[in-house]
Design a protein around this ligand. Structure first.
Ligand code: GYE
Length: 306
């Protein structure tokens, strides 16, 4: 009857909540922190967690969800790698009577009531915050500002929304132009390779907007390799706020980071418990986040938890 010590492998009693979680992958510092937060919070909540890593492939996620359904877990949660293509498997979970909670990334569906709630950030707003910083930074300049954009995984909610929010704000002034925009898959190597290609086809890049820190950090290597100074010759805006990006900001290499908080494990477990108990939950639960610039980086660095 002891309910402590979830890590020991012994299955809890009948009332232990079994949660199946399908994670996107391990593509970024953000994702690693997110996974740790979820595992720790599940353990603290006394849930049995079945965790599956999809290695950024939708097929793997669909397979994992089907296997959770087969095993008859109590609740399924997942962070969908891309927005579309979920209708069938979500309908299967619904038919099986297993509630689904979306975390971090949203899905695009017309189906009604196929998931209980979505816990995550407002990615459009993150893109707007990035755009607002840029507009302010170049407020006194009459010259054209040539921007390159490193997009996150094609078809993923954060890539679609961060692009949209940013474009909405910079679109208010003609001097801003996105001269190239490409998928770097949210990874350091992706950022490095795509930035290298951008640099070889464009001579006058003023700004890099990267949809996450890992791509920005990869891009910094290519900018340096091209004999340019990141943060000076090319201003860099990125999203997430991992420690390495704060270090790069403190070193003057990244100019601004829009925060996206991955530490959503405790909020997720809370929602899982509620939907399991059949309680009403809000259809959308948001995460709080800020914007940080170089002058705050040094001071904020010791406070960063991811
Ligand atoms: O920004 C990126 C990660 O979905 C918000 O995924 C998440 C994004 C995050 O790979 O670093």
């Amino acid at each position: 009857t002891a309910c402590g010590g979830g890590g020991g492998g012994g299955q809890g009693g009948d009332d232990t909540i079994v949660l199946g979680f399908s994670q996107v992958g391990a593509e970024s510092g953000w994702r690693t922190a997110n996974t740790e937060s979820i595992k720790k919070a599940a353990e603290e909540a006394g849930f049995e967690l079945k965790f599956s890593d999809a290695q950024q492939q939708q097929e793997n996620q669909i397979q994992a969800i089907r296997s959770f359904i087969q095993q008859g877990v109590d609740v399924i949660a997942f962070s969908p790698v891309v927005e579309s293509g979920w209708d069938t498997v979500l309908a299967e979970a619904k038919t099986a009577g297993i509630p689904v909670v979306l975390t971090d990334r949203a899905v695009d569906t017309d189906q009604k009531e196929v998931y209980e709630t979505f816990l995550g950030s407002d990615f459009v707003e993150e893109g707007r915050k990035a755009g607002r910083w840029l507009v302010e930074e170049y407020a006194d300049s009459g010259e054209d500002v040539d921007i390159v954009e490193l997009q996150g995984t094609t078809g993923s909610a954060p890539a679609i929304d961060r692009k949209e929010g940013f474009a909405e704000i910079i679109g208010e002034d003609d001097k801003f132009e996105i001269v190239a925009s490409q998928d770097g898959d949210f990874t350091r190597s992706g950022g490095q390779e795509v930035m290298q290609a951008f640099l070889s086809s464009h001579d006058d890049i003023d700004v890099l907007y990267a949809h996450n820190d890992d791509m920005a950090l990869g891009a910094i290597e290519s900018i340096e390799a091209a004999g340019l100074e990141p943060g000076e010759d090319i201003k860099i805006i990125s999203v997430d706020g991992i420690k390495d990006a704060f270090q790069a900001m403190a070193d003057g290499e990244i100019n601004v980071v829009v925060e996206c908080n991955p530490l959503i494990g405790p909020q997720l477990m809370d929602l899982v418990e509620k939907v399991h108990a059949g309680e009403e939950v809000e259809p959308r639960v948001e995460v709080e986040e800020g914007v940080f610039t170089q002058d705050q980086a040094e001071e904020e660095l010791p406070n960063r938890k991811y």
